[in-house]
Design a protein around this ligand. Structure first.
Ligand code: G6P
Length: 608
């Protein structure tokens, strides 16, 4: 949530900051602002609304020549979106300006104390206390001032800090919120995520918690809180700028849907060599696997839905009980996890606050952790002994597609890897499954050709108020994701239901014209699901059926039918999710929704 940037260099900062913010807008987009130096003062410009409002207000920053500045794009936590609540925030005397991503948990107490000292607040944010505290603690030594201020804060923060006495310097610090440093011969930059720095450089330093970085136009110094200079290697990002651009597509979401064959190939191919699974040298103790009592899969949102698919797959292949859990529930549940547990964490961003907290909880209880992450160097990756990266490339659209698909592909490989190590699958089963996993990218490519047909179909559903996605077993797991996709970007109320459970209550909502998407891709359950579909049809539902092209289903049993190629039954979710992503996208498009930035949402959820 919230994106921060900062720059100091040999070129004007404002355009660099605005370009960086544009690439971080997925993190929050209710207001934006920048601060730069002007006439020995700090000038702050901010505006409620999308970044474009700010860019129009300040003519894209072309009139500011300051080579140093900070910027912010906000997802409101404390106080509604407004000009006043937008960042940067200034100290009372204007000597400091800061941008913040995270939450200062003890801000109310600090605010009271500052008010008693006479400080006046101009926003409802938690962040403003930090600006006033910096002023209050300032003793001429900026580093010392920052450290003493940090010592008073509880919560999470990535902060960018400007001070009038140091116009050629930019300070930044992180604790439990993401922050990276990009370095180039035009200057140095801080940002919440990689896409923001790509127009400037692909060379980055990753920061750890409780590190303070001091940037000048030609230096990057990283310190611990005791002011020891730390040695940090530069990493080169192999994404290019275009990876984080729309490349001719109308929305990032459709670009990312279409990128799935490549993302799947990049994720799968290096892990299958000579008919064997190679999992990047992860270490899962054989004794642990032999004694394992349970596997917990913990994640949020769509990543959790991957966990639900994986539960069916791992239980089928490995015969180990699997619990797929929502991170925000797991972390406060006094979980039954110990040294005999394998905990699989799934996260695209690697920064989701609840998922990170769940990881720490499981680690503290002695579990072996295996994380599936897309963003290299993210907090979850850093804190996990075993990390498998999805090679999906940057995902910008708030609604995930290619990250979901690549997470799923990795889960198949993990399930098979464990089953193999436990001797629960033989060589023939293994090579059959591996061949089918390797064939998934081509099949997804074939399914994407359904896009025009689905776009036409979507026109019919543009005026829906409610939608239901039903299926059994793996089809139910995919229904969860399909329903979320439609709901989050089109604002149509949607529910996913286990088809057999419908008659225990929800069927009472079905009436003439109610939209039901029936998922019938698990071959052995097709007849059962079709019975449930007939039940809703009998009550007037308009049914769209998704099934495999080689199953024997009469199209007159439903209103519309989409068919896809088949694969091994356990792998069907990888294929069936694709037309459902397209359905969500095209319905939202037909409704003229802001697809890449749905209201109230953000992509990287760094608050709990
Ligand atoms: C947000 C995103 C979802 C994502 C979830 C978990 O809600 O919009 O697409 O699935 O966070 O994010 P993570 O980065 O941990 O996968």
């Amino acid at each position: 949530m919230c994106g921060i940037v900062g720059f100091t260099g040999v070129i004007p900062a404002a355009p660099v900051l605005l370009e960086g913010l544009a690439r971080l807008e997925y993190r929050g987009y209710d207001s934006a602002g920048i601060a730069v130096f002007q006439n020995h003062k700090i000038l702050i410009k901010k505006a409620c609304g999308r970044l474009k409002t700010l860019c129009d207000l300040i003519s894209n920053g072309i009139n500011y020549d300051s080579p140093t500045g900070i910027g912010h794009t906000r997802w409101a936590t404390h106080g509604k979106p407004s000009d006043d609540n937008a960042h940067p925030h200034r100290s009372q005397d204007g000597s400091f300006a800061i941008v913040h991503n995270g939450i200062i948990e003890n801000y109310a107490m600090l605010k009271r104390q500052l008010q008693e000292k006479g400080y006046q607040f101009s926003s409802e944010t938690d962040t403003e206390v930090v600006a006033h505290l910096l002023q209050d603690n300032y003793n001429g030594d900026l580093f010392d001032t920052i450290v003493r201020t940090l010592q008073m804060l509880e919560g999470s923060y990535a902060l960018g800090i400007l001070n009038v006495d140091h116009p050629d310097e930019l300070y930044a610090v992180r604790k439990s919120s993401p922050l990276i440093v990009g370095t180039s011969n035009q200057g140095n930059m801080i940002a919440s995520d990689i896409p923001a720095i790509l127009p400037l450089t692909r060379k980055v330093y990753y920061l750890n918690d409780n590190e303070i970085v001091r940037l000048t136009k030609n230096s990057v110094e990283i310190f611990d809180l005791q002011h020891h200079l730390l040695d940090r290697a530069v990493t080169t990002i192999d994404w290019d700028v275009s990876a984080a651009e729309k490349g001719g597509y109308e929305h990032f979401m459709i670009k990312e849907i279409m990128e799935q064959p490549k993302a799947l190939r990049d994720t799968i191919t290096p892990r299958i060599k000579n008919g064997q699974i190679h999992l990047d040298g992860i270490e899962i103790d054989q004794a642990l696997l032999q004694n394992i009592q349970r596997i917990n899969i913990i994640a949020c949102g769509s990543a959790y839905h991957v966990g639900v698919v994986a539960k069916y797959v791992i239980e089928e292949l490995c015969r180990i009980p699997v619990f797929a859990e929502i991170a925000s529930e797991f972390r406060y549940s006094n979980p039954i996890v110990d040294e005999n547990s394998l905990v699989i964490i799934i996260s695209q961003s690697g920064e989701t606050a609840d998922t990170l907290a769940a990881l720490r909880e499981a680690k503290a209880r002695g579990a072996t952790i295996l994380s599936i992450v897309n963003v290299v160097g993210s907090s979850i990756a850093n804190e996990s002994k075993n990390v498998l990266y999805t090679w999906a490339g940057p995902e910008i659209s708030v609604a995930t597609t290619k990250a979901y698909s690549t997470q799923l592909a990795l889960m198949y490989l993990i399930a098979l890897y464990i089953a193999q190590r436990l001797g629960r699958v033989d060589d023939t089963q293994t090579s059959n499954l591996l061949a089918q996993i390797a064939a998934l990218p081509d099949k997804v490519e074939q399914i994407l050709k359904l896009a025009p047909k689905i776009e036409t179909l979507a026109q019919r559903y543009a005026y829906l108020e409610h939608a239901y996605f039903i299926g059994r077993n793996l089809d139910y797991a995919v229904a969860l994701e399909a329903s979320l996709k439609l709901k989050e970007i089109s604002y149509i109320h949607s529910e996913a239901y286990a088809a057999g459970e419908l008659k225990h209550g929800t069927i009472s909502l079905i009436e003439d014209g109610t939209f039901v998407a029936g998922l019938a891709c698990v071959k052995r359950l097709v007849a059962k699901t079709m019975s449930n579909i007939k039940e809703v049809k009998a009550r007037g539902a308009e049914v769209l059926l998704l099934t495999c092209e080689d199953y024997d289903i009469h199209s007159d049993e439903v209103d519309h039918i989409l068919t896809i190629p088949s694969t091994h039954e356990l792998l069907m979710p990888s294929l069936e999710v694709v037309p459902l992503q397209l359905l969500g996208y095209y319905v939202a498009k037909a409704r003229n929704c802001d697809i890449d930035k749905p209201r109230n949402l953000a992509k990287s959820v760094t608050v709990e």
